[in-house]
Design a protein around this ligand. Structure first.
Ligand SMILES: [Zn+2]
Length: 308
């Protein structure tokens, strides 16, 4: 039986997540350009890099503004890179997919224990369900990981402020719903409809363990002299560990390192010296997304020995 209210709410909320994502994506373009150059992020208005004219608010609408002007400045016809609408679209899709998979579909791709334990439609338990908190938590994480990856692709150094900002947000989330950072922790497996009563202290312990694990892998990538700025990857690995715990930090580092190795080997094999490899941070972002979409099928690793 189709519940029309739930269907309508699904369409509205996923669309809303898409629009929010597009706006945050537009802001991400600003952050990626200004943050490594130590420019003020919030105060200054955007302007065309050639004619220095301020960009009209109506031309600054995410994705649509670029399409309407056909990728050129309104005053001087200077080309505006397609990178900007692409970033906006990517964040919009990311937010919509995270909301759909985690909230509407009750986290189908999350580790066992979170699956099939919800009997009602998602709307009946919205917004009390911890999965809603988890979806917002992952939007924040993905956004910061992507910000560092884009800064790294510009060959710039991402400031450490970004890591501190992320940690503060995670602490706030963990205070709200302590389970968000420990979805894969053995302590967090739900029985029946009982969501385990994890405390804020449990959450901080798991985050600390994850942060240290991430720092170890980040330190290794520094030693191996990865392309671009190795400090950027270190920030991401610490952040992944803090947000999602030691297991995800480990898997993401292994996936990203293998994909980087595959790129380097294939470049050497093809004797293609002009092809640049992408930086490690972009691959860590992709690894995070891959894990989130396939998490249920990864082997369970028992970390309870470290936690009790
Ligand atoms: Zn211009």
């Amino acid at each position: 039986m189709i519940d029309y209210l739930t269907f309508l709410a699904t369409v509205v909320f996923v669309f809303y997540a898409f629009i929010c994502g597009a706006c945050f994506g537009s802001f991400l373009n600003v952050v990626v350009w200004r943050l490594p150059r130590k420019m003020p992020i919030l105060l200054a208005r955007s302007h065309c890099p050639r004619c220095k004219n301020d960009i009209l608010a109506s031309d600054n609408i995410p994705i649509w503004g670029w399409l309407r002007l056909k990728g050129r400045c309104r005053n001087c016809q200077e080309r505006i890179s397609i990178k900007y609408p692409l970033v906006e679209f990517a964040v919009a899709i990311l937010f919509a997919i995270l909301f759909l998979l985690i909230v509407v579909m009750h986290g189908v791709t999350l580790p066992q224990g979170w699956l099939g334990k919800h009997y009602g439609g998602w709307l009946s338990e919205f917004p009390r369900c911890p999965l809603f908190a988890f979806s917002l938590h992952q939007m924040v994480l993905g956004y910061i990981l992507l910000a560092i990856a884009l800064i790294d692709e510009d060959r710039m150094k991402s400031p450490w402020r970004i890591l501190i900002f992320g940690c503060l947000l995670h602490v706030a989330f963990a205070y709200w719903k302590p389970v968000v950072g420990q979805i894969d922790s053995p302590l967090a497996q739900i029985n029946g409809l009982n969501i385990p009563s994890l405390t804020f202290f449990d959450a901080m312990k798991y985050s600390l363990l994850g942060g240290v694990t991430g720092a170890i892998f980040g330190g290794l990538s520094r030693l191996c002299k990865v392309p671009h700025q190795s400090g950027n990857a270190l920030q991401q690995q610490i952040l992944l560990g803090i947000f999602l715990g030691p297991i995800v930090a480990t898997w993401a580092s292994v996936i990203a390192a293998s994909s980087l190795a595959a790129q380097i080997v294939s470049n050497r094999f093809l004797k293609n010296r002009s092809t640049q490899v992408t930086g490690l941070p972009l691959q860590i972002f992709c690894a995070w997304l891959l894990i989130l979409l396939t998490w249920r099928w990864w082997p369970m690793i028992d970390t309870s020995a470290f936690l009790t």
